[in-house]
Design a protein around this ligand. Structure first.
Ligand SMILES: Cc1cc2nc3c(=O)[nH]c(=O)nc-3n(C[C@H](O)[C@H](O)[C@H](O)COP(=O)(O)O)c2cc1C
Length: 217
């Protein structure tokens, strides 16, 4: 695939929120996860883990937990001063999970920042000499893995939606899946065979988001 064709393919990915009632085969899921672990990571630590939930009962318990916590959150927002502006906040916190054939809960674990400790032990101030922890390198690495997962899913024809909404039920999901410190979930990814083909969402133009510092001719 040449560069232009690859770019068009990248543009073909969509967040899919409605899925067919059809299971995802294990070999497809394994390739999707193999895709995820191709990602680069800080000092190649690969600080990620993935819980892959296809069991119907457990999926339902996750959906119920997120729905319950979302409703509780919405009730609190409705009582606040911002009800008019944020009345719909909380939409799509759990809906894509309802029809997903698989729910993936990516997790990352932070590591002690050895370089920061070395700087400190030599009398330096790590705050003035930022290191990997200043960019949450393990979270960044795991986010890269999630993006690779979404792209492999797209290549498989599998729909996906990476969601922050389920964080509202983080404690419940951690308990359901046995996720314990130092591991932390990074949202949820709904996966399934697409039952919708939404149009592309608007992107900011390159000149809005890129600042060039070019060599002058
Ligand atoms: C970190 C992150 C959190 C997101 N959380 C949600 C979510 O909770 N619910 C949802 O329906 N979509 C969620 N999305 C999907 C975005 O809404 C979507 O990526 C964006 O609107 C652009 O659309 P596209 O992915 O189809 O290009 C999230 C995406 C990211 C990267």
């Amino acid at each position: 695939m040449n560069g232009q064709a690859h770019l068009e393919w990248l543009r073909s990915r969509r967040s899919i929120r409605v899925f067919a009632a059809r299971a995802l085969e294990r070999d497809v899921l394994e390739r999707v996860l193999e895709g995820a672990i191709t990602a680069p990571s800080s000092t190649n630590r690969q600080p990620w883990r993935f819980s892959v939930v296809t069991a119907r009962d457990l999926r339902q318990r996750i959906v119920d937990a997120v729905r319950e916590r979302t409703e509780a959150m919405k009730a609190i927002i409705r009582r606040g001063h911002h009800a008019e502006d944020f009345g719909s906040y909380g939409d799509f916190f759990f809906e894509p999970l309802e029809t997903a054939a698989a729910i993936v809960i990516p997790q990352y674990r932070p590591y002690p920042d050895l370089i920061a400790q070395l700087i400190e032990s030599g009398g330096g101030d790590p705050a003035a000499m930022p290191t990997a922890s200043a960019m949450q390198a393990e979270l960044c690495s795991t986010s890269a893995a999630i993006m690779a997962l979404l792209l492999q899913a797209n290549a498989e024809g599998v729909g996906s939606c990476w969601m922050a909404g389920p964080m509202v039920a983080r404690d419940q999901i951690h308990a359901l899946l046995g996720i314990a410190a130092p591991w932390r979930m990074v949202g949820a990814v709904a996966l399934g065979w697409p039952e919708e083909s939404p149009p592309a969402r608007q992107r900011k133009q390159l000149d809005q988001v890129v600042r060039w510092h070019e060599e002058k001719p």
